[in-house]
Design a binder for this molecule. Structure first.
Ligand code: ATP
Ligand code: MG
Length: 284
């Protein structure tokens, strides 16, 4: 069964609503997200409607080809009032079905999209490592290491000094001299992880990247994540692999339709989310 076939409607009473988490006094907050709202404005988008309307819009779309500014403006409320506090040394998993707003939340925390409403306070420099990270497929891994390193705030000398480590860590060997578009998705993900983790950021955010790694790479990444945590950083991990999330994270946020429905110990929240997915599957 594919994800698209699953009915993910939730009954409010089935959910344990995110309770404000007990705040530990021993660690300083590295990140405060306060009533964050992110609304995307989509230009030229059509609201989903009935079959006839859809037919209409398909014809109109043909007529409007090449004129992307023609058409209505729709809004997608991707994040709807999320609040939480993250602390130094925490590794936090983010789970939720496709389109629930996980990547949007990370991009907002990384400062890549401005909040529509609410605020994000960050202590230190966040670094987002996502499957959509702005590395360039036409350029070699070598060039991308430089670009990625500079984007993380390293100096060219620092990037050069970490070059061998990054290549070693990624395990891509001589592929580093080939354009990234020649890489398998796993190789590309490993290189992205290696680049992002090389800078020892205050907040490391990983979007799905580890799902493609094999067991050896996952072990290496876990070690790296633990090292960042030890250096009092904070790690966020978005993944559809609950096993990975449970193995790497102490705390999990479950996002559903742009809202935070649970926030608590990894095991508990993953169990709730698993039960919810199983129930949704059984319904459909
Ligand atoms: N650039 C964009 N413009 C318009 N809408 C967007 C954009 N990016 C995401 N969305 C919409 O915002 C919502 C949340 O998307 P998001 O990518 O954050 O979900 P996600 O939880 O990361 O999903 P997945 O598990 O599939 O990666 C979805 O409805 C999506 O269609
Ligand atoms: Mg995503």
């Amino acid at each position: 069964m594919t994800d698209a076939e699953i009915d993910y409607e939730v009954d409010a009473e089935d959910l344990t609503l995110a309770a404000p988490r007990e705040i530990r006094d021993d660690a300083k907050p590295s990140l405060v997200v306060d009533d964050l709202h992110i609304t995307y404005r989509v230009f030229g988008g059509k609201k989903l409607g009935t079959a006839t309307q859809r037919k209409d819009s398909f014809v109109r779309k043909l007529l409007n080809q090449g004129r992307s500014h023609v058409g209505s403006v729709s809004e997608v409320k991707a994040v709807k009032g999320i609040s939480f506090v993250a602390r130094h040394g925490e590794s936090i998993g983010i789970v939720g079905i496709n389109g629930s707003g996980k990547s949007t939340l990370l991009r907002a925390v990384a400062g890549l999209i401005p909040p529509t409403k609410g605020s994000v306070y960050v202590a230190g420099e966040p670094s987002l490592l996502g499957v959509n990270a702005v590395l360039m497929g036409d350029l070699s891994g070598e060039r991308n290491i430089m670009i990625g390193g500079l984007a993380l705030g390293m100096t060219p000398q620092e990037v050069e000094a970490s070059f061998d480590d990054i290549v070693d860590f990624s395990g891509i060997g001589n592929f580093v001299y080939l354009p990234m578009k020649a890489y398998s998705s796993g190789m590309a993900a490993r290189l992205r992880f290696a680049i992002s983790a090389s800078a020892v950021p205050d907040i490391l955010m990983i979007d799905e990247a580890l799902a493609t790694g094999d067991a050896t790479f996952r072990n290496k990444s876990t070690e790296r994540i633990n090292k960042i945590r030890e250096q009092a950083g904070t790690v966020f991990l978005v993944s559809h692999s609950l096993a990975t999330v449970e193995a790497m994270c102490s705390r999990v946020l479950w996002v559903h339709q742009g809202e935070l429905v649970a926030d608590g110990p990894a095991k508990e929240v993953c169990a709730q989310y698993k039960a919810f997915v199983a129930k949704s599957r059984a319904k459909s």
